[in-house]
Design a protein around this ligand. Sequence first.
Ligand code: ATP
Ligand code: MG
Length: 676
Amino acid sequence: MTPEALLDALDPEQRAAAAAVSGPVCVLAGAGTGKTRTITHRAAYAVQTGAVPAASMLAVTFTARAAGEMRTRLRLLGADGVQARTFHAAAMKQLSYFWPKVVGGAPPTLLTNKFQLVANAATRARLRPGTSEIRDLLSEIEWATCTLVAPDGYVAASAGRTPPFPAPDVAAVYAAYRDLKTAQGVADFDDLLMLTAGILEEHADVATEFRSRYRSFVVDEYQDVTPLQQRLLDAWLGGRQDLCVVGDAQQTIYSFTGATPQYLLGFRQRFPDATVVKLVRDYRSTPQVVELANGVLASVRDKLELQAQRPPGPDPVFSEHADELEEATSVARRCVQLIRSGVPASEIAVLYRINAQSAAYEAALSNAEVPYVLRGGERFFDRPEVREALLLLRGQARAVDDRPAALPDAVASVLAVRGWTLEPPPGSGAVRERWESLSALHRLAVDSPDLDLPGFVAELEERAAAQHAPTVDGVTLASLHAAKGLEWDAVFVVGLVDGTLPLVHADTPNQVEEERRLLYVGVTRAREHLGLSWALARSPGGRASRRPSRFLDGLLRGVVPQAPVARTPRTARGGARVTCRICSAVLSSAVDKKLGRCESCPSDRDDVLYDALRSWRAERAKGLGQPAYCVFTDATLAAIAEQKPATVAALVKIPGIGQSKLDKFGADVLALVTSP
Ligand code: ATP
Ligand code: MG
C-alpha cells in the first residue's frame, strides 16, 4: 500500500493519529473504533515514508495471538520488519542478548513449573495448601510482582484483598519463592521484565546500545498495563517521547492482575505535547449492537459514547432458560442455525465469565456435532480435577453394587470424596473454579436420568475422546477476558445471572464496575448477531431462584422465555444390562460396552467393512466441513465393524449413536453393513 492509501483507509481522527509519526500519541477510544487498525496503519505509514526505519520500531500487544495478528497485518500493509511482541517475549529476547555482556554466561533458565516451586515455598513457610490454594497463592505472588510490591511490603499493600491465607503467611511464601528461584538459578516470566528493566536502568552502555536500536514504541490495549510493564516501557524510552499508546478505559478488565488505566488516563499530564485523539465511530458492530453496548455503560460517567457506522442488522436476542443445560443446548442449536444460514463456525463465539462454564457448551456443541475451539482455558476433560474425578467414577462404576443409588446421588458421593459439596465454597479463584468443574460433572449426571453409573462413565469417556481430537476451525469458546480485542460475526454472551456476572465475590464497587466492563467487552465483540442468555436455575429441576444480571436492568426488551429444548433421546445403552456377545458375561467397562464384548474375548471385526466405513467417514466429514470425529469416533466405527448391526434397533445399541447421528448417518451405515 502506498503511504497515501494507508492514510486514506482511515477516518479524519484515525488519520491524525497515524500521521503523527514521531509521538507522543495517545488514542483514547471505545471498542471497535479502529484503535488497532490505527496503530498498524500508523506503523506502516511511518515505515513507508521513511520517518522510522522498520527495525527501530517495537509494537507491544497483550497476547501472543494479538502479536501474531499484528505481524500479519503489518506485513500485508508493507511494513515487514517492525517487531510486534508481547512485553514478555520482547523482554526475553532483549535479556538473552544483554545478559552475556552484562552478567556473563547464559541468562537464568525460564521457570516452567511455577506451581511446584510455590508449593515448595509454602512448605517452607509451614503451610499446607491444597492444589487450588497453591494456585491462589501463585496469583497473589503474581499480583505483588506486577505491582512492584516486594515481600516485605506485601502485608501493607494487600489491605482490601482476600488472599487465601493471612497476609503475613502469603508474604512468607512469596519471600521463600524468591529465595528458591535464586538458589535454583531460575526466573519466572515476570522476572524477565524486571531483570530487563534493571539492566537498562543500571547499565548506561547497554541502555545506549538499546536506544540506538529502538526508537519508536507502540502499545495496544494500554488500559491494561501493569506497573511492572510500565517500568520496562520507561526503561526502553529512557526519557524519549516516541511513544504511541491506544486504549479504552472502559475495557479495563485485568485490574486483578495489578493492571491499571491510570497510565492511559494520565498520558497528557505526563506528555503535555502529546497528540491526543478520541475515536467514537464504531466500525465493527451494527447500530443494534452499539446501542446495547452504550446502554451497558449508561450509568458510567466520562465515557465515550459509540456511534454506529454499519448498516442495521438483527436485534440482539435476550433469552431466558429454565436451567444451564437448557441454555447451552439452545445456544448450540442457534449455532447450528447460523452455520446452516452461511455464517462460518469460526465466525461464531460463545463467551462466558469463568472457564468452568465452558463444560456445558463443550458438551452441547459436541452433541450438536458442531466443532469448537477453546481459547485461553483448558478443555473441560483436560482439567486435573475432572481427570481425577473421572478416574474415581470409573473405579466406582466397576464395583459390583447390588442396590445402586440414583445416578446423581452416586456421582455426588464419588465427588464428595474429592471434597465436593452441593453448595459452593466461600471464596473465589482456583478453589471456586475447581468446585465449578466438579459441579458441571454433577449437572451432567442430573441431566442423564436414564443412565446408570457405568453408562454415565461410558458417556463421559465418549465425550472426552471426541473432545480430545485436534482443534479445528470451529466455534470459539472463550472467557470474556480471553475475548479482548477480538471480533466475530455472531457472539453469544451466556450465563448472565447475578452471581456469575457480576461474580458473587465482586463486592467492592470497583470490582462490580470491572464486571460491568466485562459485559461491555463481550457485547462489543459482535459484528452482527448478538445473543444474551441466562438460566433461572443452575440444574434441571433446581430452584428457579436466580435473576438476570443487574447490568441488563433497563435494557431487556423482547425477552424470549425459551421452551424446553427436546434433548437427544438416549438409546438402549441406559440402565439395561449389557452382556458380552461372545461369552455372555455382564459388561461394565466403557470399552467393553462399546465393543459389545469383553475386551479379552476374541475380536471378530470385519476389516473390509471397517476400511469401507473409514473411507465413507472421510468423505462425509469433508462434505460437512467437519473433523472426522464429529461423524463417528474410531471406537464407534470399530464397534460397527464388529457387531454389524443390520437394523436401526441394533445400530442405536452401540454407544455413540444417538438420535441425531441416526438421523444423519443411520441409512448410510446400514447400507454399508448390509451391502454384499
Ligand atoms: P477493540 O477496542 O475491541 O480492541 P479497536 O478499537 O481496536 O477495538 P479495530 O479492531 O481496530 O478496533 O477495528 C474494529 C473493526 O472496524 C475492524 O474490523 C476494522 O477493520 C474496522 N475499521 C476500523 N476503522 C475503520 C475505518 N476507518 N474504515 C473501515 N473499517 C474500519
Ligand atoms: Mg483493538
